[in-house]
Write a protein that binds this ligand. Structure first.
Ligand SMILES: Cc1cc2nc3c(=O)[nH]c(=O)nc-3n(C[C@H](O)[C@H](O)[C@H](O)COP(=O)(O)OP(=O)(O)OC[C@H]3O[C@@H](n4cnc5c(N)ncnc54)[C@H](O)[C@@H]3O)c2cc1C
Length: 304
């Protein structure tokens, strides 16, 4: 119930407009994001870098009102990539197709992502948004793979279609980040039971790791905080004889920090995804929905 309510709130424009104005709401986000500005994200990336943890940066923001805003987002990522290069931080970027204009047309979105990929040697990751965008997002990814090597895409294990999508993508030797999925979806497209989502996650992770063990160059990224998923992926990698540096674990900034450090200490590649920006409300509601216990943290900020 609570999860549904939080996911509903994440898609409610009046709430997104009003709540972020309150200081206590802003303070409550600090656990999950270092700040709203690009410099905040870069500072956090540099700090994590000192303990051997690399990062992926993403500017928050969802639906655009005009296509001109997509060009502004593109410009922002150009500036970010340049700053990453100048500061020598080991950071990549991850972009949302809708932020780069997907609602206004796929070809221009593809071009924007292509131009970002051409401007850097690091991987440009493509987030996966709600299920209605999956076909267009995967088409863009496939088309980009024909042109550049340094793009990766996310697959969500809660979607019934993702395993089949993966099979179709594997001939491209893709870099894929597997996640469970963060949006509210109908049972016709997504598994409703956590156990089914988890099983699907393990199967997708296993397929990615096997592709790597068979000589693939694409990067398998296991993006989860779930200790059971992390342990299972680690076990499968050992069984396949994969060296630790050939696959990665990725977690969100501020979540399971001890696990991030434990993985790094054990010689794993760890990449933390840092979100920043002013349009954090829908994203923050989805983080709360993942773990309603986080509401206690929010309550403490209100009282404190
Ligand atoms: C690097 C990265 C990239 C992502 N990219 C996308 C994307 O492109 N598209 C998309 O739909 N989703 C994305 N997600 C979000 C993802 O889909 C899940 O919603 C999120 O990772 C929570 O699922 P989980 O795998 O941690 O497992 P869960 O089963 O949700 O959680 C397992 C355990 O992890 C801990 N945990 C999980 N979430 C939280 C939280 N918010 N606060 C505190 N503890 C928590 C809890 O201990 C929980 O018991 C991404 C996640 C990561 C880590």
């Amino acid at each position: 119930m609570l999860r549904q309510a939080l996911l509903w709130a994440s898609t409610n424009p009046p709430l997104a407009e009003r709540l972020p104005r309150y200081g206590f709401v802003k303070r409550a986000t600090r656990r999950f994001m270092p700040g709203e500005k690009l410099e905040d994200a870069l500072g956090a990336a540099a700090e994590l870098g000192t303990s051997g943890i690399t990062t992926t940066l993403t500017q928050l923001g969802e639906h655009l009102r005009s296509e001109a805003e997509a060009d502004e987002v593109l410009q922002h990522y150009r500036v970010l990539l340049a700053a990453i290069g100048e500061q020598g931080v080991d950071a990549e970027v991850s972009v949302k197709p809708t932020q780069l204009g997907l609602d206004f047309g796929a070809p221009a979105t593809r071009e924007r992502i292509a131009s970002l990929a051409r401007s850097t040697r690091s991987t440009v990751w493509i987030d996966m948004e709600s299920s209605k965008y999956v076909d267009a997002t995967l088409d863009i990814f496939r088309s980009l793979r024909g042109e550049v090597d340094n793009v990766g895409v996310c697959l969500q294990s809660y979607l019934r279609r993702s395993e089949a999508d993966l099979e179709k993508l594997l001939p491209l030797d893709p870099s894929i980040r597997v996640v469970k999925g963060a949006y509210q979806e109908l049972a016709s497209v997504a598994f409703a039971r956590k156990s089914d989502v988890d099983r699907s996650f393990v199967r997708i992770a296993s397929r990615l790791l096997r592709a790597r063990a068979q000589g693939g160059k694409g990067r398998p990224v296991i993006a989860t905080h779930d200790p059971r998923m992390i342990a299972e992926a680690g076990r499968m990698a050992i069984e396949l004889g994969l060296a630790k540096g050939t696959y990665e674990f990725s977690l969100l900034f501020g979540i399971a920090r001890a696990e991030q450090q434990r993985l790094e200490r054990n010689g794993h590649r760890v990449r933390v995804l840092i979100s920043y920006g002013s349009a954090w409300f829908p994203w923050y509601m989805r983080r709360l929905a993942e773990r309603p216990a986080n509401l206690w943290f929010v309550a403490k900020q209100i009282v404190g």
